[in-house]
Design a protein around this ligand. Structure first.
Ligand SMILES: Nc1ncnc2c1ncn2[C@@H]1O[C@H](COP(=O)(O)OP(=O)(O)O)[C@@H](O)[C@H]1O
Ligand SMILES: [Mg+2]
Length: 609
């Protein structure tokens, strides 16, 4: 066996490059983030050959002093944090000090910079990690980084690069995210000498309109919510307009935490939940949302690319985001969209006379005083809580991290009646009412089914999810990056039970779906999964994002609101719930069913006193 030795620095940087800059778009993101951290007000990006041949980022930020230039290219050298304390409250996009070192190790690299008070600029070059000493140079202000022939010295990595068009597609998306994250900064993008994007410093609304189309802003619900230290602002597409917008508007899911684009399962789940009863045709909701939180409440040091975060209070965050979106969608729905599920449901329910008077207090008590359940189970979901009340609710969550757990499943009695009893009826296409030994059981049918599918997917995965071939392949027009995702993640798709073929550069065909989800709409299911794959990127999808993929699939495969179930189907669902591990709560602690005992019912009607 070989003896243990330290790796040479160049090799260390090349290994890191595999993670931090696995494709041109990732290098672009790191460079532009550095410009934003330097306080730039204008950022110019030039690309050639999908970013592989040339990647140049020029900014007007504060620049780097001559003596710091070699340090800027050194590994683990950063001006952004100095202590563990700083690490726990990150206020900049970068902090790990490894991007420039990694990029310089795998390219022909040059950085020219003029510090604010310097007489002139300095330029430092590196070729495959070999540093040259700084030379005087001409540059009016800021910093310009030029990266040529990315991966010229790491052929293994170069092999993973796709066509220029695909790589450019990823760069374009990376820059869109950055431009949406920082509307007050002007951006320009050129590819192979052709202007692709040019936006001046703008208000958030103008920036969103520039990147997603005017009609996106006009037809979306404005989101503006605040609770304690959290603030959520932006736009969320109103479902009523999803079809109307058709191809005229770019779709997109953009969520920023303190100016950083993130993919987070807590957040995506909260958004899915907020949309699930109002989005009929399983379309993907589009949104651009900025979340501002105390940097101490979120850990961004989860992964080298920093696109994943961990919230310290993820349950509270989930509730906050869900309520904020539900409220935004509901208010605009009742004001402007004539028929939508949200307004119809709310209207019907409050019309029941005896509940109306007691709406604000009695159901809350009857539902065990758990505010999240009270609002969703008692009456109209988002509007059930008055603003002041929801503020108090968030404060309770923040003050006290522990939440009331979902009820435990009643113990099964051998040969006796099943714990969740037998179905009586379906309420408003959303809840199943069942009678069991103790009284009334209320089940949120979508949430329960979603949970069952999720657990089943996880359980079957160990031997690959079986594919169910479709009788007729379903073809659909696809975006360039969706086609790229099929090409890049062919193996993953097969492993999770999909058979998707590329039929042209802009069309795909679903030929098979996971057997468990055979009931779902194959096209929208495939698109949702492709979107996840595309956004997770990289090669770690299956190992690290498996559960999130399964959550997406389960959500799409589960029965939607307003689908009527037969009593037999409802009973089947109840039996599956009893068998499914953790069926009592969804991923984020929201109950999927609730027991209302005869005693509680008696109390409601003041019986037996
Ligand atoms: N465009 C820029 N303008 C000013 N300083 C920069 C720029 N790019 C990089 N730097 C400096 O180089 C250092 C190293 O950059 P990088 O390797 O990306 O690590 P990090 O951003 O994590 O600190 C930064 O901390 C910063 O001081
Ligand atoms: Mg950086």
């Amino acid at each position: 066996m070989a003896s243990i030795r330290e790796l040479p620095e160049l090799l260390v940087n090349q290994i890191a490059a595999g993670e931090v800059v696995d494709r041109p778009a990732a290098a672009l993101k790191e460079l532009v983030e550095n410009s934003l951290d330097a306080g730039a007000t204008r950022i110019d990006v030039d690309l050639a050959g999908g970013g592989t041949r040339l990647l140049r980022v020029a900014d007007d930020g504060h620049g780097i002093a001559r003596d710091d230039l070699p340090l800027a290219l050194a590994r683990h050298a950063t001006s952004k944090i100095a202590s563990l304390d700083d690490l726990e409250a990150i206020g900049t996009l970068g902090f790990r000090g490894e991007a420039l070192a990694s990029i310089a190790a795998v390219s022909r690299f040059a950085l020219t910079s003029r510090a604010r008070d310097a007489a002139h600029a300095w330029r430092i070059e590196a070729e495959g990690g070999t540093l040259h000493s700084p030379q005087p140079a001409a540059l009016p202000e800021g910093t310009t980084v030029t990266v040529q022939e990315l991966y010229f010295n790491t052929p293994a990595r170069r092999k993973f690069l796709r066509t220029d068009a695909t790589e450019y597609g990823h760069c374009d998306e990376a820059l869109r995210r950055l431009a949406l994250a920082a509307p007050r900064v002007a951006f320009a993008l050129r590819h192979n000498g052709k202007a692709q994007l040019n936006v001046a410093a703008q208000s958030p609304a103008e920036r969103v309109a520039a990147l997603l189309g005017d009609s996106f802003v006009v037809t979306s619900a404005t989101v503006s919510a605040e609770a304690g230290p959290m603030r959520l602002t932006g736009w969320a597409a109103r479902p009523a307009f999803a079809e109307e917008r058709g191809g005229r508007v770019r779709e997109g899911q953009y969520f920023f935490v303190n100016g950083r684009f993130v993919r987070d399962r807590v957040i995506s789940h909260a958004l899915r939940e907020a949309y699930r009863d109002v989005l009929h045709h399983e379309a993907q909701p589009s949104y651009v949302l900025w979340l501002a939180v105390d940097p101490r409440s979120v850990d961004v040091n989860v992964h080298p690319t920093k696109s994943e975060v961990r919230f310290r209070e993820s349950g509270a965050m989930h509730e906050f985001v869900r309520h904020a979106i539900e409220k935004a969608l509901a208010s605009t729905a009742s004001e402007q969209a004539p028929v939508s599920a949200a307004s119809r449901l709310g209207g019907d329910f409050t019309a029941v006379p005896n509940w109306q008077g007691a709406a604000s207090s009695t159901p809350a008590r009857a539902f065990g005083g758990y505010p999240g359940t009270a609002s969703s189970g008692g009456q109209q979901r988002p509007l059930g809580l008055a603003t002041a009340e929801s503020m108090r609710f968030y404060e309770t969550l923040f003050g006290n991290a522990s939440r009331e757990p979902a009820p435990p499943l009643p113990p099964a009695t051998d040969g006796g009646p099943p714990p969740l009893g037998f179905a009586l009826a379906q309420l408003h296409g959303i809840y199943i009412l069942a009678q069991n030994r103790d009284g009334l059981v209320l089940v949120d049918m979508h949430a329960a089914h979603e949970r069952i599918l999720y657990e089943k997917l996880k359980a079957t995965y160990s031997e690959r999810v079986p594919v169910q071939p479709l009788l007729l392949a379903q073809g659909f027009a696809a975006e360039r990056l969706e086609v790229a995702a099929v090409e890049e993640h062919a193996e993953t798709l097969r492993a999770i039970g999909f058979d998707v073929g590329i039929t042209s550069p802009t069309s795909l065909a679903v030929r098979g779906v996971p057997g468990l989800l055979a009931q779902a709409d194959a096209t929208s299911l495939a698109r949702a999964v492709l979107r996840d794959l595309r956004e997770f990127g990289g090669s770690r999808v299956l190992t690290e994002q498996r559960d999130e993929l399964f959550a997406t699939m389960a959500c799409h495969g589960a029965v939607r609101a307003n689908r009527s179930l037969t009593v037999a189907e409802m009973n089947a669902l109840l039996r599956e719930m009893e068998e499914t591990e953790r069926a009592g709560q969804c991923n984020h602690g929201r109950p999927t069913w609730y027991q209302l005992s005869l005693k509680e019912l008696d109390a409601l009607f003041m019986r037996g006193r």
